[in-house]
Design a protein around this ligand. Sequence first.
Ligand SMILES: C[S@@+](CC[C@H](N)C(=O)[O-])C[C@H]1O[C@@H](n2cnc3c(N)ncnc32)[C@H](O)[C@@H]1O
Length: 267
Amino acid sequence: MNEPSPRFWKIFFEVYEHLPRQGPGNRDCAARALRLCVGLPRTPMILDLGCGVGGQTLQLAELTTGSIMAIDSHAPSIERLKATLVVRDLSQRVQAQVGDMVHLELPPESFDLIWSEGALYNIGIGKALRICHGLLLPGGYLAFTDAVWRKENPPPEVKASFDLDYPAMATATDVVTAIQQGGLDFLGRFTLPDEAWWDDFYSPMEQRIKELRGKYDDDAEALAILDQIAREPEMHRRYSEYYAYEFFVARRPVSRKADNMKSSNRK
Ligand SMILES: C[S@@+](CC[C@H](N)C(=O)[O-])C[C@H]1O[C@@H](n2cnc3c(N)ncnc32)[C@H](O)[C@@H]1O
């Protein structure tokens, strides 16, 4: 498979950076996942990994009174989040930072809650779980979403799309196994509803593509790239029964003894 061209990425970001979020999710789902994190401290230390422009970061700021560190490797998204934080007067409580999840220079055991919507898969779920385990305080929570297969034998178009974007995509049951093998206690999971795909993600994406079709009216290459990007929401419209986004909530064991036992089982 050919690597997408630099022009593809330029237009891809021209679409994505303008969306309220860069993946499926919504406030109700964030609130539901938070309810599984029973007994969080009153002002938890929260790390939001792969925050994008901060759709869920802003919801976490509303739903908790915690201090939030939001990290993403794509600098323009962090610039946009920083500007929003200023406008919303949240810069004291939410820190946005460019960084790579694999090379975080953060002290171990420093977070009560690690949040990550649609981003951990970029570094592989197993590796991400190890990193999160190390950054969580004992008893700290991990809440993340991940794309999963719902049904076997997807149509060739769906299979080809995920072979390209997320070849290691598994089932929800496989992810739960990975959580447990990663030394975390699995607390619960649920499937994101259809509106979590459309309201803040695919509907604004289709609107943005429409605007850019106007901008690139006489540019055949750009229009072809926009057609390519538009295939994703269209695929979801036709084939969403084959795949889902799942919220997973897990916890690092509270007791050091249980944590050490689980860790030695992992070796
Ligand atoms: C599907 S988007 C989700 C963004 C956001 N959480 C949301 O739901 O709107 C995945 C994000 O992960 C970020 N990302 C990918 N690899 C990363 C890495 N190694 N470290 C930090 N962020 C990363 C991307 O830049 C992108 O913003």
